[in-house]
Design a binder for this molecule. Structure first.
Ligand code: CTP
Ligand code: MG
Length: 228
């Protein structure tokens, strides 16, 4: 019985626009991937770590992952395919799997602990989430001339923005991935929901926000206390 984390790092980082895969971009002097590996390791609740990497960059990722005892596997075309590749590389004794975006570089170690505790307590899919602070509107598809027409204001009180690490009973996550059409959900909990199984939210962390754009990288560098 052991806990594994799959750190998804196989994306290219198109929206960040660097000349390196996003996980290799430096934040406060170290690659984003190293921040994520360190946080997972510092939680003391992880027994095995698998990193998904862009197929063309395996040696660089392996060099960064080795000090953490992490295994690196090539990812897929989509995040969902990368997680499936990570699942296929897990040792047999793993019964709890966390899936974590490398891009959430400043995730506090305590969030890994909270998610594992939730799964060990018997909730088979546990996801950190934050309330939505902005007013949210839906729009009519296909705007024109820079304008989009509003169709409705969504009830913000009923919305949550979800984060990672997302934690699952291994058998449930494997069943969800096996049943999922290609690229059918942007997170793993969505695949579990598609099976009709319960997903449970716990309080997330502002620090676990994902680095997606140059603005996010600048903010993370500020929060990490050093220029990027
Ligand atoms: N990811 C992955 N395999 C993919 C796509 C994404 O492992 N085929 C990982 C990314 O490396 C990232 C996480 O999933 O850590 C969340 O994805 P996202 O923030 O969208 O990262 P990218 O896909 O790299 O960025 P972009 O969408 O801007 O290209
Ligand atoms: Mg992406």
């Amino acid at each position: 019985m052991s806990v594994a984390v799959i750190i998804t790092a196989a994306g290219s980082g198109t929206r960040l626009g660097a000349d390196l895969p996003k996980a290799l971009v430096r934040l406060a002097g170290e690659p984003i991937l190293v921040h994520s590996l360190r946080a997972a390791c510092a939680s003391n609740v992880i027994d095995h770590t698998v990193v998904t990497a862009p197929a063309g960059h395996l040696p660089a990722f392996r060099a960064l992952a080795a000090p953490f005892g992490a295994v690196v596997v090539p990812g897929g075309e989509t995040r969902q395919a990368s997680v499936a590749a990570g699942l296929a590389a897990l040792p047999p004794d793993v019964d709890v799997v966390l899936v974590h975006d490398a891009a959430r570089a400043l995730t506090p170690p305590s969030l890994f602990v909270d998610v594992v505790d939730g799964v060990r307590d018997g909730r088979r899919a546990v996801v950190p989430a934050l309330p939505v602070v902005d007013t949210v509107k839906s729009v009519v598809p296909g705007g024109s001339g820079g304008f989009e027409r509003v169709s409705a204001t969504v009830d913000r009180a009923a919305l949550r923005a979800v984060q990672t690490p997302q934690g699952f009973e291994r058998a449930l996550l494997e069943r969800a991935h096996a049943a999922a059409p290609l690229d059918s959900a942007s997170d793993d909990a969505g695949l579990v929901e598609a099976l009709g199984e319960d997903v449970w939210l716990i309080p997330g962390s502002e620090s676990a926000r994902k680095i997606t754009t140059p603005w996010d990288l600048g903010l993370a560098a500020f929060l990490a206390g050093s220029p990027s």
